[in-house]
Design a protein around this ligand. Structure first.
Ligand SMILES: C[S@@+](CC[C@H](N)C(=O)[O-])C[C@H]1O[C@@H](n2cnc3c(N)ncnc32)[C@H](O)[C@@H]1O
Length: 381
């Protein structure tokens, strides 16, 4: 008899199988080691890993490669936001660079940001710049399974330095994310809702940006694609960041864990699997372009362009980054006064710029783990 046990998702209430690692509806972590539970040995391993991934073997040695001025400015803007997650800053800057290349020709208002999170990514992508006094790490839940699923109105104080384009609509399943996004003043409308059941009218948006579609399990991904096909106007576009089948093996911890298992080193393999913290499976769709084409065409959507985005080197860096150190780092900076915190933030941003720009200069290559598709809904004749 199969077991009927379920675990309710603490974020959205969905009933998941007892052994599910992530929620099947909102991708919240269920059986992933909390950051607060990483011990000193874990952090030692992560520090060694960090040193390794900051020195990518294919990066040109002995000279600094300048990123183009626009990408360097994007990296600055994202580092200013995600200063304690430089891996996220690098990742999002690369993503925004790709969207920028398509922007003038293909990105039209109204824009729907599907799975908008706290909204800072798309706000920055569309030109908003924040004061460095704004700290996205203020008021987090350090004991939480997802430390970002929190909102403290007193602590979380966005300050806009330059206003970019507004975004017509943001949708996210987590109320805390929508509260954070609302506080930016960038979205005209925000909805706490499920990507698989949108409350928007048919043919009501011209562009959908969504980096949650690749995260959803098959049934959710299919339902969300159906909704994207429904709400897009003919001639409109979906911007779809997606993993390739090379994803898992391009990470840092997952392939090491597998190699240790193959060598019979059970304990070392278990440790690597714990440090993977589900990232090898959290993007549920690690599929080929051909498979995306097959799924999209069912909803009258076709891929019209593709950019190889993240190299294996940026992916390995993303897998380690400062994320494992988030809890001790935040405990430390939370104890400082606002001025000292800001000085440390500025110093860290300055220090990180150069190694990150070097990672940016590694070309992704055709076998890269992550691509972004430009998907079109054909115009009716
Ligand atoms: C990978 S995060 C990206 C957030 C934001 N777009 C960014 O880049 O910073 C995915 C977001 O999608 C949201 N999400 C997950 N499942 C969802 C669903 N079924 N419907 C709507 N939003 C969902 C999560 O709450 C999370 O904020």
């Amino acid at each position: 008899m199969p077991t009927l046990e379920v675990q309710a998702c603490p974020a959205c209430g969905h009933g998941n199988d007892a052994d599910a690692v992530f929620c099947g509806r909102c991708v919240a972590p269920l059986r992933v080691r909390k950051l607060a539970d990483l011990d000193a040995d874990d952090l030692r391993l992560c520090a060694a890993a960090l040193a390794e991934v900051l020195e990518p073997p294919t990066a040109p040695k002995g000279r600094d490669v300048e990123a183009d001025a626009h990408t360097a400015e994007l990296l600055d803007a994202y580092l200013n936001l995600y200063w304690l997650r430089p891996e996220t800053a690098l990742w999002q800057a690369i993503d925004a660079r790709t969207v920028h290349r398509w922007r003038s020709e293909h990105v039209r208002a109204p824009v729907l940001d599907l799975g908008c999170g706290d909204g800072t990514h798309v706000a920055t992508m569309f030109g908003t710049r924040f004061e460095d006094s704004f700290d996205v790490f203020a008021g987090l839940d350090l004991q939480g399974a997802d430390i970002f699923d929190a909102y403290d109105r007193q602590e979380y104080r966005p300050a806009v330095a330059r206003r970019g384009d507004s975004v017509a609509c943001g949708v996210d399943i987590r109320p805390n994310m929508v509260r954070r996004a609302a506080s930016l003043g960038v979205y005209e409308k925000l909805i706490v809702g499920d990507a698989t059941r949108l409350s928007l009218p048919d043919a009501s948006v011209s562009t959908v940006y969504s980096n949650v579609l690749r995260d959803l399990p098959d049934a959710g991904c299919e339902a969300a694609l159906r909704e994207v096909g429904r709400v897009l106007r003919p001639g409109g576009h979906l911007i779809l960041p997606a993993c390739t089948p090379a994803w898992r093996d391009s990470l840092y911890f997952y392939p090491r864990g597998r190699a240790e298992a193959e060598a019979g080193n059970v304990e070392a393999s278990r440790r690597m699997a714990e440090l993977d913290r589900g990232r090898s499976i959290s993007f549920a769709q690690q599929i080929s372009e051909q498979e995306w084409r097959r799924r999209l065409e069912r909803f009258d959507l076709e891929i019209v362009a593709r950019e190889h985005t993240h190299s294996r080197e940026t992916t390995r860096f993303w897998d380690v980054g400062l994320r494992p150190f988030a809890v001790p780092l935040l405990r430390w900076v939370n104890g400082l006064d606002a001025h000292a915190r800001l000085l440390i933030k500025r110093a860290l941003v300055q220090t990180l710029k150069k190694p990150l720009a070097r990672l940016l200069s590694v070309p992704p290559g055709a076998d890269c783990p992550h691509v972004t598709y430009l998907v079109r809904k054909p115009s009716r004749v």
